[in-house]
Design a protein around this ligand. Structure first.
Ligand SMILES: [Zn+2]
Length: 115
C-alpha cells in the first residue's frame, strides 16, 4: 500500500455520506478502514512525513520500506520509536525521481511539504 493509496482510502473514508437514524450505524461501520494492517508492508518513494507516519503508527503497520530520505528526512525516528521497522533503500532512482518532481513542480512540493 502506497501513500497515494492511503490518501485515497482516507479521502474515500471522509466522503461517505451518513444517512439518518437506523442506517447511521451501518454506514459509520463502513467508514472504518478495512481490517488490520499489522501484516501490511508500506512502500513509499520518499520517507513518510509526520502525518503519514502517524497513520502508520495509528493503524499498526509494522514495516515501512522507503526509496529515499535525502530529499525529505521525514519522520523515521518517530516510527522507529513506535516499533515500526523502517528500511531506507537510499535508491538513486527514487532520489532522481523526487529531484525531478521538485524541479518541475516546486509550488506543489512546497505545498505538500508544508512550506
Ligand atoms: Zn505524508
Amino acid at each position: 500500500m502506497s501513500f497515494v493509496e492511503i490518501n485515497y482510502l482516507w479521502d474515500k473514508y471522509n466522503q461517505i455520506e451518513i444517512p439518518d437514524h437506523e442506517d447511521r450505524t451501518e454506514a459509520m461501520d463502513s467508514r472504518r478502514p478495512m481490517g488490520s494492517y499489522e501484516d501490511t508492508v508500506l512502500y513509499s518513494t520518499l520517507m513518510p512525513c509526520y502525518l503519514c507516519a502517524g497513520a502508520v503508527v495509528q493503524f499498526g503497520i509494522k514495516k515501512v520500506i522507503v526509496g529515499e530520505s535525502r530529499t525529505f528526512s521525514g519522520a523515521k525516528q518517530f516510527m522507529v520509536d513506535h516499533g515500526v521497522e523502517v528500511i531506507d533503500l537510499d535508491d538513486p532512482a527514487c532520489i532522481d525521481l523526487m529531484q525531478k518532481f521538485i524541479a518541475e513542480e516546486p509550488e506543489l512540493w512546497n505545498e505538500d511539504i508544508g512550506k
